[in-house]
Design a protein around this ligand. Structure first.
Ligand code: ADP
Ligand code: MG
Length: 252
């Protein structure tokens, strides 16, 4: 049965999508069967693995709102073992359209259930908000991976995220755990990043991954080529660290 991991933080630009794509590709390179699930209307994970959104027949919106079977929306990527349930801009309407629907918080969980035996990992790339799409992701998941950018206001807003996690644990998914906290975009030339690491470790302790993701130009470039880092530049530092993270996740 797949381990389902939501990659969540309501702050934008902290590395959710970069982590979903590259952790997914690295887990796949270790021989794990991986399904990426894009529930951000921006669809950056979808384009990040080389899917042309104009070619998408069914996306996650069709699964959540139109009750299309998730298996019909799953698409292959160029990476062996890595598949994706894509998002397109039509998902932007879902946050509001879900409000009056039956079982609105559990739709994703129900949709993924029949697929769970076919994968080792499912990674859900969340949008930068704590609305119904993120609640669906948390409700569908075994655990949540929280990327935190190594910058001055790193911990700001985390209490809202942790509150949302607690609410989901209380009302929708008692088994939800924190998978791990990932420090991203470290600029090793400044002391600030190291201070942030200390601060985050004080708060989350052993939940913080020993792998820290540095700023790496190649990681920033890969999405515009529709490639994960292990395709775009397998020798880069970015590829090395995401492979290290994948090994940490598998070992955990
Ligand atoms: P989120 O999904 O949380 O909004 P992204 O993963 O899209 O964040 O990252 C925001 C921007 O930063 C993107 O342009 C991405 O390519 C870039 N980026 C993310 N991680 C790194 C990194 N480690 N080094 C350099 N650029 C990065
Ligand atoms: Mg994103």
């Amino acid at each position: 049965m797949a381990r389902v991991i939501a990659v969540a933080n309501q702050k934008g630009g902290v590395g959710k999508t970069t982590t979903s794509v590259n952790l997914g590709a690295c887990l796949a390179s270790l021989g794990k069967r991986v399904l990426l699930i894009d529930i951000d209307p921006q669809g950056n994970t979808t384009s990040g693995v080389g899917i042309n959104k104009a070619d998408v027949r069914y996306d996650i919106y069709d699964v959540l709102i139109n009750e299309v079977n998730a298996s019909e929306a799953v698409t292959d990527t160029a990476v062996p073992n890595l598949k994706i349930l894509p998002a397109t801009i039509q998902l932007a309407g879902a946050e509001i359209e879900l409000v009056p629907t039956m079982s609105r918080e559990v739709r994703l969980r129900q949709a993924l259930l029949p697929l769970k035996s076919q994968y080792d990992y499912m990674l859900i790339d969340c949008p930068p908000s704590l609305g119904l799409l993120t609640v669906n992701a948390l409700t569908a998941s075994d655990s949540v991976l929280i990327p935190i950018q190594c910058e001055y206001y790193a911990l700001e807003g985390l209490s809202q995220l942790l509150n949302t996690i607690r609410m989901v644990q209380k009302h929708l998914n008692t088994a939800l755990e924190i998978e791990g906290v990932l420090l991203t975009m470290l600029d090793a030339r400044t002391n600030l990043g190291l201070q942030v690491i200390e601060e985050v470790k004080k708060y989350f302790r052993e939940k913080v991954y020993s792998t820290v993701i540095p700023r790496n130009v190649r990681l920033g470039e890969a999405p515009s080529h529709g490639q994960s880092i292990i395709q775009y530049d397998p020798r880069s530092r970015g590829a090395e660290v995401y492979l290290e993270l994948a090994k940490e996740v598998v070992g955990a």
